[in-house]
Write a protein that binds this ligand. Sequence first.
Ligand SMILES: [Zn+2]
Ligand SMILES: [Zn+2]
Length: 246
Amino acid sequence: MPKPGAPFPAVTGACRCGGLRYRMESAPIYNYACHCPDCQKLSGSVFAAFSIIEAEKLSSIGSLAPKMSLNVRPPGITKQIAACPKCEIPVWVTEDDCPAILHIRIGTLDVPNLMEPDIHIFTESKIDWIKLSDNAKTLKGDFVKEEVWPKNSLFRYKTAIAKFQQALASKKLQDESTESSEMDKTPTAQSPEEKEDDEAFEKRYLDVEKSLQERLEKLSLKLGEDGKIEAKDENAEGETVKVVGV
Ligand SMILES: [Zn+2]
Ligand SMILES: [Zn+2]
């Protein structure tokens, strides 16, 4: 990984036909190689190597936009693969449930040699004839970001996730408020005889407002004093949990 603070050179990459081109606008958050059976199958090779970066730090500089398709994941988890619509080469995948973080396939970089993996994971299923250097960091299974990532990488990652969740929460809130205001309008506009009296209307209006406020409060994020981002878990009443990878 380049040294933090150093100016980042223009690192570019593309699919095989060159239609889907990109430029990394900053150093990656983290580089890793994965030797899990899933990555072996998906890459058609014996391991896969990725450079993690915020989506907002990846510029599209080619003539084609990526074609997104759903990667098969356990139920409830969404992960998209971005491929060239012409040559169909996959170039990056999104983080589970979070398109704000991208995992770029290192082999699509113009100079893949730049991004040496910081760690090799799932070496339990590594092919025997792949020999890693003695000083390579390895893990038998997956990494826990908090344990192996540099502080700065973790901060960048959590900031991007928090921004995404915040945008999602305000969109949800907007949708709900549109829905409820439509529900409010329909009976009064179409059936004047069913019109509520002012008091009932006022009460219902306050109830809706209250529930929206509560929802907003539950979903809102806050930045802790130590720079860590915390979010209130929607499912656990009143309990504050740290935002970890999604
Ligand atoms: Zn292409
Ligand atoms: Zn893998």
